[in-house]
Design a protein around this ligand. Structure first.
Ligand SMILES: Cc1cc2nc3c(=O)[nH]c(=O)nc-3n(C[C@H](O)[C@H](O)[C@H](O)COP(=O)(O)OP(=O)(O)OC[C@H]3O[C@@H](n4cnc5c(N)ncnc54)[C@H](O)[C@@H]3O)c2cc1C
Ligand SMILES: Cc1cc2nc3c(=O)[nH]c(=O)nc-3n(C[C@H](O)[C@H](O)[C@H](O)COP(=O)(O)O)c2cc1C
Length: 780
């Protein structure tokens, strides 16, 4: 077998090593246009986890790597004069030249052939006789570009500018400098890669780039300029350059990775933003995946390449997703600028979701303690008599909206039960809401409760448009009040074009086959092609709807609710006005966002007038439609501001469900970034929701300032006692429990803290990392 590898970067070299080691009889040639020692860049970083993988696949190159790497455990964050150091990160770095030399030597030793200073033409005619062609030709891959249509390449040039430079300043931690200058914010990502040498990646927003005049400076001039600005941080050391042009990071992805016997590897195939330091990792792990595929398919090229593409794609997309979340944090750093340095640092550490409150508590307990105290101080400053000397995890800190005080920040998200008859809540609803109240959540939302019979989603939905329903709701509110400390909010809505549909378990959003009632929406557009076509709502009908919402508001007050929410999300009637995908009106309620908001705001205003001024109101919005041409994160900030101006106290940030063919990007806490954006740009209180499943995530979100309240829907379906359990886990004693359940409470409160300690001890024993030990042993 003959294999040609185009590109002698980490991807190409590592694949050459693995393949030659496994199949010595194979002819493997690396074609590299540069000379062996001629490369760009300064240092590369690997995490402990990545080193584990390398150790498994090629012990010799792994050992060479750890012998030559600078190892560090801490991340240091410099922000507004404060310095935070967080341990337990387990990273190492080395010069890119060293890494490439080590890999080259190992490959050469195994018998890989090299043709340096050989540029391969992307028509690949020169490689005709090869069975497999590996295109590891980097971020600007000429092979990929020549066949862009086939690979279906997408390159998203990110808005921030960045440049890589080097310095002789030493570091003993991965260090971030966040610096406010006359030109704007400049971020430096720094790490040492060998004694006396460090990488400095500078990153700026476009307007800072222009204000500082970087667009008029060459590499040397940029370095001289930055040397002056960062004189203190550089401690007298110079900056040096090596192809250190300012660039926009290209986020590369390809729908296809294979073309006949040609396969894309490394940066040519997909890039990961430098802020998670995973570019080289991704490239070398690609090499592993390709090698694994060839072994499993016994060198059958076609089958191997298919396997490589299917098996590797998910991991690559996950890394790219983590990198995307991280790069967005840096692009919006000004959003977090007003934050306390501890909260800012916590937000930075937890930006890409892998690092959390619990995980940091194990490796940097003092830091998390300080973050907890800062949070407590903020709660105290907002008027609560809390002890800011003993940090209680953020989820157990109280929160207030107008006169309503919540004992903690966990919320049972609204969930339709589809179990009412004629709109009347019954024992099921009493049990459902009652048990979750007893389970410890601070705030409960009722399901979307409809303001008229024809406003219902399904025949099983609850309403509050007659006395019987009002009385049934009162029974539930009274129970919650009597047996728990939870507050209860009624979510009021009108189904619009999603009305007259089946019960969830018979077909969510599917039209009723019999017994359907006429429906209305902003425009006459059916939800599914075969759904009932709604009538475009007339102004007279809109008047009736306003009246229905007001009447329902008054009933909710009489039933004793602490708060009400107006449902303006998920494609229901009011949402159908807000989204341009569902609003095609030509009157004053269609067109611009201001126009589309008119009717929802009118409803809100009328409700606010009817609702006691000491009680809070929230609005649920879909912060994105997950569809081109629909609502985006930027729009949602404006929408939130508009409701806040009318007296809305909390924005409940959901997403999507506007149109049936949306393409949401699901993942852990996937809607939280929208809450973050609204909270920190519009400076409004927000509640986030969506695939948040653990108390750890709740604390992480709150401590980082991404939301004020955290709602969980599905997790509460299987665990009404989510909050109680979390209190036991964190050892938070001040947790109300009805006397009937005290023995259960006492038992879990006794055991959970011990489980936590055991876990901490186990983790403590696991450190220092095996790579650090390997390196030490080798040195000894
Ligand atoms: C300055 C800099 C610093 C970086 N620092 C880090 C870091 O700290 N951590 C990290 O994880 N990642 C880092 N990266 C990213 C990392 O270098 C890349 O993600 C990684 O090198 C990708 O490996 P690769 O083998 O796919 O591509 P590359 O390393 O780019 O290698 C591609 C090779 O192909 C050669 N080539 C291209 N076209 C042809 C052709 N037609 N014929 C022959 N040869 C060709 C090129 O000369 C090059 O040597 C850095 C990148 C840069 C630019
Ligand atoms: C069974 C069920 C019913 C729901 N009903 C409502 C509802 O009545 N009103 C609403 O705004 N959202 C409703 N939702 C959406 C949830 O409130 C929540 O936003 C969504 O499930 C994401 O949160 P999760 O990942 O914690 O489940 C419902 C979700 C589920 C699972």
């Amino acid at each position: 077998m003959r294999i040609a590898i185009v590109g002698g970067g980490p991807a190409g070299l590592y694949f050459a090593i693995l393949a030659k080691k496994a199949w010595p009889a194979t002819e493997i040639t690396v074609f590299e246009r540069n000379r062996p020692d001629d490369t760009f860049g300064f240092g590369v970083v690997f995490s402990d986890e990545t080193l584990d993988t390398f150790e498994k696949y090629d012990r010799a190159s792994y050992q060479a790597i750890v012998d030559n790497f600078a190892y560090w455990d801490d991340i240091e964050i410099h922000f507004k004069g404060a310095v935070h150091r967080i341990g337990g990160n387990g990273f190492c770095g080395c010069a890119r030249t060293t890494l490439l030399r080590l890999l080259f030597e190992r490959a050469l030793g195994l018998g890989v052939e090299f043709e340096f200073q050989t540029e391969v033409d992307p028509d690949l005619k020169a490689l005709k006789g090869y069975d497999l062609i590996v295109a590891a030709d980097g971020i600007n891959s000429r092979i990929r570009e020549a066949h862009r249509d086939h690979f279906s390449t997408e390159i998203d040039y990110r808005p921030n500018k960045f440049t890589w430079m080097g310095s002789t300043r030493s570091f003993d931690a991965f260090t971030f400098f966040f610096k406010e200058t006359d030109h704007g914010i400049i971020i430096a990502h720094c790490y040492q890669y060998e004694p006396g040498h460090s990488t400095w990646i500078f990153e700026v927003q476009e307007d800072t780039f222009k204000k500082a005049g970087f667009d008029t400076l060459d590499e040397q001039q940029s370095a001289a300029f930055l040397e002056k600005l960062f004189a203190e941080e550089l401690r007298g050391h110079p900056l040096f350059v090596n192809r250190s042009m300012w660039r926009n990071f290209p986020r590369v992805s390809n729908d296809r990775w294979v073309m006949g016997n040609v396969v894309l590897l490394g940066d040519a195939k997909a890039t990961a933003h430098f802020s998670i330091g995973s570019g080289t990792k991704l490239a070398m792990e690609d090499a592993i995946a390709l090698y694994n595929a060839l072994s499993r398919e016994r060198l059958d090229v076609k089958a191997s390449l298919e396997r490589y593409e299917t098996e590797r794609r998910l991991d690559v997309e996950k890394t790219q997703h983590a990198a995307d979340v991280s790069l967005v944090w840096f692009e919006h750093v000004d959003r977090f600028w007003p934050m306390d340095p501890k909260q800012f640092s916590f937000g930075l550490m937890t930006r890409s979701k892998a690092i959390t409150w619990d995980n940091l508590t194990l490796r940097a307990p003092e830091f998390v303690n300080e973050v907890g105290k800062t949070f407590a101080r903020q709660v105290k400053a907002s008027g609560f008599d809390v002890d800011d000397g003993v940090p209680v995890p953020p989820m157990f800190q109280p929160f207030s909206l107008r006169d309503m005080i919540l004992p903690n920040r966990v919320v049972v998200s609204p969930m339709c039960m589809y179990s009412a008859k004629d709109g009347v809540p019954n024992d099921w609803h009493l049990m459902h809401l009652g048990s979750r109240a007893v389970g410890g959540a601070g705030l409960l939302f009722t399901e979307m409760t409809d303001v008229s019979e024809d406003a219902r989603i399904s025949p099983g939905c609850t309403g509050i448009y007659n006395d019987e329903q009002e009385a049934a709701w009162k029974r539930i509110v009274d129970f919650v009040r009597q047996h728990s400390r939870a507050k209860i909010c009624m979510q009021l809505g009108h189904a619009g074009r999603k009305g007259a549909t089946k019960l969830m378990w018979e077909g969510s959003d599917r039209p009723l086959e019999s017994g359907a009632w006429p429906i209305v929406s902003a425009s006459p557009l059916p939800y599914y092609p075969d759904s009932q076509v709604p009538r475009e709502i007339t102004r007279r009908e809109m008047d009736r709807v306003v009246g229905d919402f007001v009447a329902a508001t008054k009933r909710a007050e009489r039933a004793g609710f602490d708060m009400i929410e107006l449902h303006c999300a998920h494609g229901y009637l009011l949402a159908s006005f807000i989204s341009p995908l569902t609003n095609q009106r030509r009157d004053e309620y269609g067109g611009s966002l201001d126009n589309r908001l008119k009717f929802p705001l009118e409803v809100f205003r009328a409700m606010r007038d009817a609702w006691p001024s000491n009680k809070p109101m929230s609005v649920r919005i879909s912060a994105t439609d997950w569809k081109d041409g629909g609502i985006s994160g930027e729009d949602s900030v404006e929408i939130a501001r508009a409701f806040a101006r009318e007296g809305c106290d909390l924005i409940d940030v959901s997403t999507g469900q506007t149109v049936h063919d949306a393409e949401p990007i699901f993942g852990r806490m996937f809607q939280t970034p929208f809450s973050d954006q609204i909270r920190n740009e519009a400076k409004l209180a927000t509640m986030c929701v969506g695939n948040i499943t653990s108390a750890d995530q709740v604390n992480t979100i709150l401590a980082a300032g991404r939301a004020d309240l955290v709602a969980l829907a599905r997790p509460h379906l299987v665990d009404p006692f989510f909050t109680m359990r979390a209190a036991a886990w964190y050892g938070v004693q001040d947790m109300h429990c009805p006397p009937q359940y005290l023995p259960g409470r006492d038992q879990i409160f006794r055991n959970f803290p011990r489980d936590r300690e055991d876990l901490t001890e186990l983790r403590r024993k696991a450190r220092p990392s095996s790579h650090q030990r390997n390196r030490k042993e080798a040195a000894e």
